[in-house]
Write a protein that binds this ligand. Structure first.
Ligand SMILES: Nc1ncnc2c1ncn2[C@@H]1O[C@H](COP(=O)(O)OP(=O)(O)O)[C@@H](O)[C@H]1O
Ligand SMILES: [Mg+2]
Length: 313
């Protein structure tokens, strides 16, 4: 649905986006991660035909951004970093204006669509209030409604949950999930909220200083920084018999008793293969297991480490 090839954009002496290539499948939520100034917004602006690339090219919904910008614009919805709405119009008037501008012809059709979306965000009751009276979160939700009102197959969402309270952020996450899963819309999501990326994205691209550092699934990212899984096993009591039994097994690469004294942390080669083995060893040594947990670094830890390594290079 989106395909970029060596996409590059220079601003005088800054290369904001440097030779970026990636593909996004239909219905995929693809995460764009990276620190401020990485080039995420510039990439989106090129794909949305708001600025042109210095080099390279891309297709969006099958249309070339260089030769078919009008078709591209018709196929996309975009939420920018600072979306502007008409503050002096009501929420409904704003949405009706944009729905008409995006080509939804009859007012019945517009009303049905606007109602459906405002209901989703619990804003229908506030439809006749001026946007100027809305909170930041409410404005953000309206800006998202505006971006999707015409049901575009491709969506560019630049930091949709930035600065929102957890509840509003969750509503927006739920909407993105629904748009991709049920409506098969393709979403390019720029975010600083790694929780969004973790919950929604099958794949992410990490950018820094215009370059792509890594593309992969959140799991691949985590494996990259911590290839050895750790099992934390909570017992009613850690006896020396249990401890020695585990230490004698060759699947256990490293065995530690944690401060709480009833938890053992065991580094293993492959959690799927080794978890049943370790459980058997403990039970045979008369240990009483309360829980077994596979520890993984959070996506945030992995991300921060990768960015730091990128800076050192
Ligand atoms: N219109 C512009 N003129 C000059 N420099 C720009 C312009 N837009 C972006 N840049 C520069 O390009 C780089 C990438 O910016 P941006 O794409 O906004 O990053 P991000 O969205 O990842 O924070 C930054 O160094 C920024 O200052
Ligand atoms: Mg940005």
């Amino acid at each position: 649905m989106i395909e970029t090839k060596n996409l590059t954009r220079k601003f005088r002496n800054i290369t904001a986006v440097d030779n970026i290539s990636f593909n996004i499948e239909k219905g995929e939520v693809f995460g764009f991660l990276g620190p401020n100034g990485a080039g995420k917004t510039t990439t989106i602006r090129m794909l949305a035909c708001l600025i042109s690339p210095t080099e390279g090219t891309a297709t969006v919904a099958g249309y070339d951004i260089r030769s078919d910008p009008t078709k591209v614009r018709e196929s996309i919805g975009i939420l920018t970093e600072n979306p502007s709405l008409y503050e002096r119009l009501t929420a409904y008037e704003n949405m009706d204006f944009f729905a008409a501008a995006y080509g939804i012809k009859t007012s019945d059709e517009r009303q049905q669509r606007i109602r459906e979306l405002l209901d989703f965000f619990n804003l229908w009751d506030r439809r006749n209030d001026k946007v100027a009276t809305f909170s930041k979160g409410m404005k953000q939700k309206l800006a998202i409604v505006r971006a999707i009102v015409h049901r575009p197959p491709v969506l560019f969402l630049d930091e949709p949950t930035a600065g929102l309270d957890p509840e509003s952020a969750k509503e927006i996450r739920d909407l993105m999930f629904q748009l991709s899963q049920h409506e098969k819309r393709t979403i390019l999501l720029c975010t600083h909220h790694l929780e969004d990326a973790e919950k929604l994205c099958k794949r992410v691209l990490i950018m820094n200083k215009g370059r792509c550092i890594l593309t992969g699934s959140p799991n691949e990212l985590r494996d990259k920084i911590n290839p050895q899984p750790v099992l934390e096993i909570e017992l009613t009591k850690v006896s020396s018999i249990v401890l020695n039994a585990i230490k004698n097994e060759n699947y256990a690469k490293e065995v530690k008793v944690l401060d709480q004294e009833n938890i053992i942390a065991v580094s293993v080669g492959d959690a799927r293969v080794d978890t049943p083995k370790i459980v058997r060893t403990i039970v045979e040594a008369q240990g009483q297991i309360l829980s077994v947990k596979l520890l993984r670094p959070s996506l945030e830890e992995a991300y921060l480490k990768l960015i730091k390594e990128g800076k050192q290079q």
